[in-house]
Structure formats: C-alpha cells, structure tokens
Write a protein that binds this ligand. Structure first.
Ligand code: ZN
Length: 245
C-alpha cells in the first residue's frame, strides 16, 4: 500500500470515530453532561500523553524547530479563535440549537473545521516520526472525536434529525482530518527540515486545545477530583502504551 493511502486511512478512522458519538442515542434520549465531562477528561489525558510523545520525537529532529512549531501551533489556534470572533465551540453549538441566525451555524462549522484542520495535520506529520507514533496520535484523536460526536448529536437529535444522520454530520465535521493529513504528510516527507516544525505545530495545537477547551469543559460538568484523577491516569497509561508499542 502506498504511504499516502495509509495516512489517509488512519485519518479516515479518526473522522469515522466522530460518528460513534451518535451511537448512545440509539438507546437513550439524552446523554448526561457528566458522562460527556468524563469522556472529555479521558480524551484530555490521551491527547496530552500523545503530545508528549510528539514533542520527544520532534526534539530528535530539531529542538528549537520543535519549540518554534509549538509556538506557531498555539498562534494558529489563537488566531482562528480571534478571527472567528472568540466564540467557543460549546457556546456556538448551543446558539445553533436555539435556532439563532445562519451566521452562528456557519461560525460553528468554521470553528469545528479549524479545530479539525490541526488534528489532520497532527496525524499527517506524526507519520514523519514513524508508524508507531502515528498510531498513538491516531488513537488519541479518534477517542477525542467521540465526545465531539456526542456533543453534535445532542444538539441535532432533539430537533428531529435521525440518529444515522446525526452520525453522518458528526463525521462531516471531522472530514478536514483525512483531507489535511495527506498534504501535511507529503509536505514533511518532501521537505524533511519542516518535520520538527510540523510535529511542534501539532503538539502545540493539541496541548492548547486540551488546556483551553477539553479540561475546562470537563471541569464545568464533572467533579474536579474525578476529572483530575481520570486525566492523570490516562496520561500515564498513554505514555506507557507508547513505550510498549
Ligand atoms: Zn477535536
């Protein structure tokens, strides 16, 4: 199988995982906020553990370049958030649910696409560090996408949209991942000096998202001690997983 096709398939798995977020809605009318909070706490631990793996891989290719990439990743997320008016995802999702203007629905999709963009880049550049690193990053992002699918379905389902359609829209929200992963991979393959920059970018964007979005959302609905325990244990599990893979 050609390398780019493997990259595409890995990133397609992360996008499809978003659709799994709709599955609980076959059985229940609504998923509790607390359940979503703990799912986000797990995702936060996986993403942080995977980001540490990225940084340590990046530094073997260039320390300052990795740091430079981290700063660009943070600037990218800050820049897109500012450009889109500083709304956070949740605020926009609820805005859309309450039938507010098409502009808000558009903004919600724009925020999700920007967010998903950097995750696609992460899958792509991680292949520059080898299939093992790529597998770790793919697992982390795929698991993280599931509560995103839950959030999307929780908004769409009460408006009479069928569960399979909610799953479909959830997958659509993550389509930038397979679309971005392949060019990001081809770029760092063709231009090796860009690899630590790309790896740093992915790590910076992921860590920033965990600290700026996932953990605050988890802490808003879950117990602090439990969120902290789940995230801590998950980080360690993810780091051990990388050692033994
Ligand atoms: Zn995401």
């Amino acid at each position: 199988m050609s390398d780019w096709l493997l990259v595409f398939l890995y990133a397609l798995v992360t996008a499809l995982a978003t659709g799994l977020g709709a599955v609980p809605f076959f059985f229940v009318r609504d998923v509790s906020d607390r359940f979503v909070a703990y799912a986000n706490a797990i995702a936060a631990g996986l993403m942080l553990g995977a980001s540490f793996g990225l940084v340590s891989e990046g530094t073997t290719h260039g320390r300052l370049e990795t740091l430079g990439g981290v700063l660009i990743g943070v600037a990218f997320i800050l820049g897109t958030q500012r450009y889109l008016g500083g709304h956070d995802e949740e605020e926009l999702v609820f805005g859309a649910a309450q039938g507010e203007s098409a502009r808000k629905v558009f903004l919600m999709m724009a925020v999700m696409t920007a967010h998903s963009f950097s995750e696609g880049v992460a899958v792509g550049v991680s292949f520059g560090g080898g299939v093992t690193l790529a597998t770790v990053i793919t697992v982390a992002i795929a698991v993280h996408n599931i509560p995103e699918g839950v959030a999307i379905t929780a908004v769409m389902r009460p408006r009479g949209i069928s569960v399979p359609k909610c799953a479909g829209w959830s997958v659509v929200s993550s389509l930038p991942q397979p679309l971005m992963a392949v060019p990001a991979f081809l770029f760092v393959e063709a231009f090796r000096p860009a690899l630590p920059w790309g790896i740093g970018f992915a790590a910076g964007a992921m860590i920033f998202m965990v600290l700026g979005e996932l953990l605050p959302e988890a802490l808003a609905e879950g117990r602090r001690s439990q969120v902290a325990t789940i995230s801590t244990v998950t980080i360690i599990a993810m780091m051990l997983f990388q050692r033994f893979l």
